[in-house]
Design a protein around this ligand. Sequence first.
Ligand code: ASP
Length: 345
Amino acid sequence: MSWSRREFLERSAALSAAGFLPRLPGAWEAPAPVAGTPFRGRPCVVSSSNGIRGVQVAYDRMVAGEDPLDAAIAGVNIQELDPDDQSVGLGGLPNEEGVVQLDASCMHGPTRRAGAVACLEGIATPSLVAKAVMDYTDHVMLVGEGAGRFARAMGFKEQNLLTDKSRQDWMRWKSRLNPNDAWLDHSEDIRIKFTTGTINMNAVNAAGDIGSVTTTSGMAWKVPGRIGDSPIVGAGQYCDNTVGAAGSTGRGEANIKTCGAFLVVEFMRQGAPPQQACLKALERVVAMTEARLLGPGGRPRFDLEFYAVTKAGDFGGATLYSGGRFAVCDERGARLEAAASLFRR
Ligand code: ASP
């Protein structure tokens, strides 16, 4: 049978209105609320491993009643303001011109809102600026100079984000450049040693309300203006209050092409537990990897990590290569857990 587009739309609208949208076998469903009884889940915060201090802070604030997104942002603020964490905020590694450009995005499950900033300069907490975009504008994403102007208008204080240590690392990188270098073939050791780092944090409270945030200084030595996955809603982080949240760290270029965080949440919606959902998204990343980035045996020459939590407080994480860990805090306290992986390192 073939339907015209109009017939199809009318039919879908009628089915959906009647509550008959097709569901895949095993699709995840929030337990049906018993009349008068609110949803009860397990509070849980999951993040990249550098969030080991932040998950505890976020968890404590959340169980004390703070909104899960505000709690998660308070958790990532610790790394953003730590000059020794060279992957985010103050002290983040700069672009090829020595300028620190920051990216962040966040999502709030209960209100289904999102905010993001990219290429933000001079403000140490892009996660809070992303939240301000979400709270105070009719937009989702601001970039570059406009994002900076908005942040200053909102009262964020400007400061020099380039620490001495990051400046010296940048100078060292620069001194090794030669006129024949190309962006695509800089040496392996530089790429692995300096280019990755970010913090993603996802928090769910006992009522099953969820918040997610990702913040980063992006890939070190990037071309000015480069934007990674972190500020892209659906790539760097994603949250659907009926299912769960997910986020990522690692090579943003690979994640953007697969809309990774959204994909993880969709796999959970279809019934996959969080760890399985992360692994399935990584399989898609490998399938979408361009030939120049594949090494022996078709293995990607980069790493990427996903972290996920469900509305009920189940969590998981997975990385392309073994040995990865992620941070979690629940009623058992803050700890690092081993991530599942697709390949042995
Ligand atoms: N995902 C970040 C980006 O591509 C970097 C990272 O996590 O290492 O900007």
